[in-house]
Design a binder for this molecule. Sequence first.
Ligand code: SF4
Length: 243
Amino acid sequence: MIGAFGRTIEIDLFGSKAKICSFDCPYCDLGATQTRLNKLKEQGAVPSSQEILAQAQQRFRDIHEKGPGVDSVIISGNGEPTIHPEFPEIVSGLISLRDIWLAGKPIVLFTNGANLDQRRVNEAVNRLDQRVVKLDAGNERIFKTMAAPLSRVTLQKVISGVRLLKDVTIQAMFVQGAVDNTSSADLEDWIEVVGLLKPHSVQITTITRPTHIAGLKSCDEDTLHTIATKLERRTSLKASVLI
Ligand code: SF4
């Protein structure tokens, strides 16, 4: 895939077996979150760190030997990577493999931020080159609607975890229709939270694919640029609009 991080190779910690996430965002293009990690564990279907790293080694080596080259390695995929029970071991292994086969290429994590306040997760995440955290709510009401957490995760918990990161990119989804996080008051709250976190970059986007919840609408480009302008006026942070 090619996007904000150039040509990338994606490392998926759950494979095609199921989407595993602590959130059930209405706009998720992976569909509704239906499988719990515990169920997958009971079935013995969680890929082990050894399996994930063996596959990564093969793919990294192929790219090194045959190309085409990549600009970055993305940890993302079928759900929330930090939920994987061996997440820290996988991060260590990927860094070692990258140093051998794809030296100099940054490893970027996409996360929903729910586990960042756990020390073992936070330490691992801080060893990576870049951290992109989804944050599209500035108050608990919108957080519940936009993230629909499946456990006791609050916006405050996510903020506490993000504040432990050495640097962060915030990625925010804006939607309208059946769920709407673009009212003036909700945007003001979001801008305040983003300003507090002082990210080194901000990306804002909207839905571009069908969603599993009916009645969601994407924002038009003007709305996204207006949000970016409001953010910059209040915080001096520039946001890239990705659509
Ligand atoms: S956090 Fe990401 S993977 Fe999880 S439900 Fe939301 S959009 Fe989907």
